[in-house]
Design a protein around this ligand. Structure first.
Ligand SMILES: [Zn+2]
Length: 319
C-alpha cells in the first residue's frame, strides 16, 4: 500500500496494518516538514478506505485505482473527502488565500456541520485539517469537542509541521505519526527516475533539498551557480575554510551588499516560521550589512560573516 508515496516506510506499515486489521484510529496527526508526503499519505489513506472494490483493501495495492471512488478522490471531487485548510477558509470568507494566517473557529464549525451530515456516497468521511499548527485557540477548543465524541465512520487527519502550538488536550486524542525527512538516496533516485536528471545533479539537489521532495522539485532545472541561494547553501552545507575564503573573494568582487541583502530577504522568510532559531543568523547578516554601508573592506566583512554563519550552523543550525 501507499506505493505512490516516496519513503516513509514505517508510517506506511503502521497504517497498512491498521487498515488490514480494521483497527483504524478515529483521528491522527501527521507531523513533519513540508514536502515529505503528509498530505499525499492522507489522501491515499482516504482512497484506500473508500475504494469500491472491497478485496483491494486486503491486498498490498490497497486501492484499485479505477473505481468511481478512487477516480473521484484522484480528481479531488469526492464528496466525503474534505480539506479544511486555508483554501477552504478563503472560500468561506470570500477573502483571498494570501490573507489567511490562522485557521479559525468558523472554519472548524463549517467542518462540524459536515461531520454531522450523512455520509454522501463513500464508506468513510475523511477530514484533512492543515496547517493544524495554525489553528487559533478558539478553533482548537471547538475541534476538541468533535474529538471527544468521535463520530462514526469519520476520520480526522490533522497535518502539521510541528506540534508545539497544538494543545495537549487535542494531542492526547489523536494518534501521532511522525514523517521523517526523506533520505538523500530516496530523493536522488526519485529525481533520476522522474525528472531525467543525471546522477551527479540528482545528488547535488538531494543534498540541498533538506529531505523535502517539494524543495527538490523546485530545485530541478535551476542552474546551481545562479539559482541555489547562498542562504540555502549555508543552511544545508558544511563549508571548509578554503570554501569560505574563495566564496568571499568572489562575492566581494561581484557585489557584497546585494548578496547580503538577498540573504537577509531569505532569512526573513524563515524568521516568520522559526523566529528563535533564525534570529541569531539574521543579527549577523544585519550587522554585516551595516559594516558594508560604512565601507568596511567587503572581503573582511564577508569572511567574518561566513565563518560566523558556518559556526552557528555547526552549533545549533541556522534553522
Ligand atoms: Zn477503487
Amino acid at each position: 500500500m501507499f506505493e505512490s508515496i516516496l519513503g516513509q516506510k514505517k508510517i506506511k506499515k503502521i497504517i497498512s496494518n491498521q487498515v488490514k486489521s480494521g483497527k483504524i484510529a478515529h483521528a491522527y496527526i501527521f507531523v513533519g516538514q513540508d514536502g515529505v508526503g503528509k498530505r499525499l499519505t492522507a489522501v491515499e489513506f482516504a482512497k484506500i478506505l473508500n475504494c469500491n472494490v472491497d478485496d483491494f483493501i486486503k491486498t498490498d495495492a490497497g486501492t484499485c485505482g479505477k473505481c468511481i471512488s478512487c477516480k473521484k478522490i484522484e480528481k479531488n471531487i469526492h464528496p466525503d473527502l474534505h480539506f479544511i485548510d486555508f483554501a477552504r477558509q478563503a472560500e468561506l470568507e470570500e477573502e483571498c488565500l494570501e490573507k489567511q494566517r490562522t485557521l479559525k473557529i468558523e472554519t472548524i464549525r463549517y467542518m462540524q456541520k459536515e461531520v454531522a451530515t450523512k455520509i454522501h456516497e463513500g464508506k468513510w468521511k475523511i477530514f484533512i485539517i492543515e496547517p493544524a499548527e495554525r489553528m487559533n485557540a478558539a478553533a482548537a477548543n471547538s475541534l476538541l469537542k468533535t474529538l471527544e465524541e468521535p463520530p462514526e465512520n469519520t476520520i480526522i487527519i490533522l497535518i502539521a509541521k510541528h506540534k508545539e502550538t497544538i494543545p495537549q488536550t487535542i494531542l492526547s486524542r489523536v494518534q501521532t505519526l511522525f514523517f521523517q525527512p526523506l533520505g538523500q538516496n530516496e530523493i536522488s533516485s526519485w529525481l533520476m527516475l522522474n525528472c531525467s536528471v543525471d546522477a551527479a545533479k540528482a545528488r547535488d539537489i538531494a543534498e540541498l533539498s533538506e529531505g523535502s521532495l517539494e524543495n527538490a522539485k523546485k530545485l530541478v532545472g535551476k542552474n546551481e551557480k545562479e539559482e541555489f541561494s547562498l542562504w540555502l547553501k549555508f543552511k544545508t552545507r558544511n563549508f571548509y575554510i578554503s570554501d569560505i575564503l574563495e566564496l568571499s573573494k568572489n562575492i566581494a568582487a561581484a557585489g557584497a551588499l546585494e548578496c547580503v541583502d538577498a540573504m537577509i530577504a531569505e532569512a526573513k522568510k524563515d524568521f516568520r516560521m522559526y523566529p528563535q532559531r533564525t534570529a541569531p543568523a539574521l543579527d549577523l547578516l544585519s550587522a554585516s550589512r551595516v559594516l558594508l554601508l560604512k565601507n568596511v573592506n567587503a572581503m573582511t566583512v564577508l569572511d567574518n560573516l561566513f565563518f560566523d554563519l558556518s559556526d552557528l550552523k555547526k552549533m545549533s543550525g541556522l534553522l
